[in-house]
Design a protein around this ligand. Structure first.
Ligand SMILES: [Zn+2]
Length: 409
C-alpha cells in the first residue's frame, strides 16, 4: 500500500512537472524547422522552445500562447550551435600568433557562420593562458575553449616555441586542472627536431590531465606512422586532407590511404579537417573521402590569413564536404555532437532539454557556387549552407535577414 501511494505521488509530480514544462514562459519559439540533433536522434520537422538561456523543449506543435517571440523556420534547418575545434583566437598586439596580430577575435567571424563554440588550438601555453583568458575568453560572446600548448608560451614562433626545456608536462597538466571548464585538451604543434621528447611530454600531460591530445602536425622529422602509433583513441589529428612539405601525406603517391592511417582510424583516432591557409587540397580530400576517411570535425584553423584565402569559415568548409558528396545530416552531426564528444564536452552540441540554448538556423541555398582549396583549385557546387540565425545562450547574436526582428509597421 505504501509503495502504491509512492507510485501515485510520483505520477502526480511527473504530470505537474509536465504541465509546468508546457505552461512556462517561452522566450523564443523556433517553429517548424528541420531539426538535426544527433545526440537525441532527431532528424525531423520540430519546434524548439527556449527559456532562460536553456532548451525548454523540442517537440512537434508546441503551442505559441506562452511564447514572447515566435520564429518561422519552416524553410530551414535547425541545429545545435556549431563547434570549431581548431582556431587561433589569442589576438593581441605582438607579431605572430600568441597574444598576436596573426590571431583573430572570435566574434568577428564565428557568429555569422553559426559557430557558438571555438577551441583555440594551442595559441597559448601554461605561461600565458591567464592573459588569453582575461583578454579574449572572458570578453567574447563566442564560447572559447582551449587546447593548451605543451610549449610554455604557446605559439611564439621559432626558436622559443621549440625550446624543449620549456615543455613541462607536470605544470601543463596542473594548469589544465585549474581550468576544467575551459581547457579541453593539449596540443603539440611546431617542432623541427627528430627526437620524440616534445611529443611524449604532450602525451604525458594529456595522460595526467585525462584530456585528448591535438596533433597539429608541423613535425617534419617525425614519421607519420610513429605519430599515429603513439596517439591514443580519442586523440585528434588535424590537417588531414593535404600534401604539405612539413609532414607525410595520409595518402600515398597512388592516392591510397596508408595502412597505418586506417589502423589509427580503427583504434579511434579522430581526424579533423584543419583547413587553414595552406592545408586543404581537393585532390587529397576527394580520394580520401571515397576511401572512407571522413572528418570527425571540420576545424577551420582560423587565423588572420586563412580566413581570407580558400578558407572562409567552418560553415563554408562544411559546404565543401556537402558538394564533395557527404550527407547533410552526417555533416551537421559531426560539426556538433561528434565534435562535442571529441573534446569531452557532452553538455554542448545537442538540443537536450536543459542544455544551453546555443542554436543555429541554417538555410541550404541552391545555385552555382565556387569553393576554393588552398592551392587555389576550384570546386563548383550546387548547394551552400548559410547561417540565417545564431543563438548563443538563448540570445540572438546573428540575424542575417531579420528573422527574429520586429516587423516594421
Ligand atoms: Zn592551427
Amino acid at each position: 500500500m505504501k509503495n502504491l501511494s509512492a507510485i501515485v505521488l510520483l505520477f502526480l509530480i511527473s504530470i505537474a512537472f509536465g504541465q509546468w514544462g508546457l505552461s512556462q514562459e517561452i522566450d523564443l519559439l523556433i517553429k517548424g524547422g528541420h531539426v538535426i540533433d544527433a545526440r537525441n536522434k532527431i532528424d525531423a520537422k520540430m519546434d524548439v522552445a527556449i527559456a532562460e538561456g536553456r532548451i525548454l523543449k523540442v517537440a512537434r506543435n508546441i503551442p505559441t500562447d506562452n511564447a514572447r517571440k515566435v520564429i518561422d523556420a519552416s524553410s530551414y534547418y535547425v541545429a545545435p550551435g556549431l563547434i570549431d575545434p581548431h582556431t587561433h583566437v589569442f589576438v593581441g598586439s605582438n607579431s605572430g600568433f600568441a597574444d598576436g596580430f596573426n590571431s583573430v577575435s572570435p566574434d568577428d567571424i564565428t557568429l555569422k557562420a553559426g559557430i557558438t563554440t571555438v577551441v583555440d588550438a594551442g595559441t597559448s601555453g601554461w605561461r600565458n593562458f591567464p592573459v588569453f583568458k582575461e583578454q579574449v575568453i572572458d570578453r567574447s560572446t563566442t564560447r572559447v575553449l582551449s587546447f593548451l600548448n605543451i610549449a610554455g608560451s604557446g605559439m611564439t614562433g621559432f626558436p622559443s616555441e621549440e625550446n624543449v626545456n620549456d615543455m613541462d608536462a607536470r605544470i601543463t597538466a596542473q594548469v589544465i586542472g585549474q581550468y576544467p571548464d575551459i581547457i579541453v585538451g593539449i596540443k603539440i604543434g611546431h617542432y623541427r627536431g627528430s627526437d620524440w621528447i616534445p611529443f611524449d611530454r604532450a602525451l604525458e600531460a594529456g595522460r595526467v590531465a585525462d584530456v585528448p591530445l591535438l596533433v597539429e602536425c608541423h613535425l617534419p622529422l617525425l614519421p607519420l606512422e610513429g605519430i599515429l602509433e603513439r596517439m591514443r583513441p580519442g586523440d585528434i589529428y588535424t590537417h588531414t586532407y593535404c600534401r604539405a612539405s612539413d609532414r607525410e601525406c595520409l595518402l600515398d603517391d597512388d592516392l591510397k590511404i596508408r595502412p597505418y592511417v586506417l589502423e589509427a582510424q580503427q583504434k579511434g583516432v579522430c581526424f579533423d579537417v584543419g583547413h587553414g591557409g595552406g592545408m586543404f587540397h581537393f585532390d587529397i580530400a576527394i580520394p580520401a573521402l571515397e576511401q572512407g576517411l571522413l572528418p570527425n570535425s571540420f576545424g577551420s584553423d582560423l587565423h588572420r590569413y586563412s580566413m581570407n584565402s580558400g578558407m572562409k569559415n567552418m560553415l563554408d568548409i562544411m559546404s565543401k564536404f556537402l558538394n564533395m558528396g557527404m550527407d547533410l545530416k552526417d555533416i551537421i552531426s559531426r560539426a556538433t555532437w561528434n565534435t562535442a564528444v571529441s573534446i569531452k564536452r557532452e553538455d554542448l552540441g545537442n538540443l537536450s532539454e536543459g542544455a544551453v540554448a546555443d542554436v543555429v538556423v541554417l538555410s541550404l541555398r541552391e545555385g552555382e557556387f565556387g569553393f576554393i582549396d588552398t592551392k587555389r583549385n576550384k570546386l563548383t557546387g550546387k548547394q551552400k549552407l548559410e547561417a540565417e540565425l545564431t543563438i548563443r545562450e538563448g540570445k540572438v547574436v546573428w540575424d542575417l535577414n531579420g528573422m527574429a526582428a520586429n516587423e516594421r509597421l
